[in-house]
Design a protein around this ligand. Sequence first.
Ligand code: NAD
Length: 339
Amino acid sequence: MFDMMEATRLEKLHVAFDPATGLRAIIAIHSTRLGPALGGCRYLPYANDESAVRDAVRLAQGMSYKAALAGLRQGGGKAVILRAPHVDNRGALFEAFGRFIESLRGEYITAVDSGTSSADMDCIAQHTEHVTSTTSGGDPSPHTALGVFAGIRASALARLGSDDLDGLRIAVQGLGHVGYSLCEHLAAAGAELLVSDLDSGRVQLAVEQLGAQPIASEALLTTPCDILAPCGLGGVLTPSVVAQMRCAAVAGAANNQLAHVDVADELEARGILYAPDYVINSGGLIFVSLQHQGETLPAITAHLAKIGSRLTEIYAHAQADHRSPARVADMLAERILCG
Ligand code: NAD
């Protein structure tokens, strides 16, 4: 465990067990150098305690990098609650988790993540103010989509010479909360949409409402297009997929798109521009962070728009150094965090 903490430069690991509710929770605080650690709370079954700790630590580090490059006064952290096969009282469990967060006196601020909902955040909010994404806070997904839209324009400018998306073929994988909202922006900008989703109803909606062209899920990643936007699950960019891709740039919302960081070098070698996922999809974090700090919606929207210029800087840096934008983003984030 300490080796993992040293390797990721993790500040602290907090663990709680509540016999009354059965709560088994881990909070990983990666960095508080820029501000309190903000990051989602996962509520998932884990094979063992070690894999839960590993998940929390890995994700907390990612949140620090994301917050640093988003220009936020926020550190990175992540919580994991180990999900038992049977839970009698989910509300009481999340209330106990709220008391755990409160005991950290503002060091960690939580948010919705895999397996948790705004209703769970409302339970947490009964015991602490260090919580975001409650039902009254609103869904961050449209803000994530707006940031990805700005990032796609920056990617088009860098690789195709113009940020005008009119007539560009843009392939979107995944039409969920972020992907569909992104498609609405892209359609309004005149892009030609190629879409796929495992849910045929979502595809049908995009065809009828946005004039999108449906593509089979297994074919979308390698379909000829100008820009590919993965907005479904992570890990989709494998070496074999990259070898078959026929696009100028990859710029989408999904977390951890690269199966491995070396895949970024393979994209670079093929001349495909890659928008680092935690930079382009930081709109949701920007929204919850600034909302929690009491900022107005216009101020939040202005901050979101900077995602495009941040990517433009990273692309210029990457081009000058002949390196992948993914590696440049990691280097810049570490530089900010380590001073
Ligand atoms: P979501 O669950 O609402 O939507 C995901 C969609 O992708 C679903 O409709 C699903 O059917 C589809 N999908 C999954 N695998 C697919 C495949 N192989 N081919 C085609 N479609 C597939 O999720 P979301 O909130 O829209 O988030 C999308 C991605 O963006 C996730 O990776 C998430 O981690 C990331 N992300 C989301 C936010 C946010 O604000 N919601 C913020 C940052 C990152």
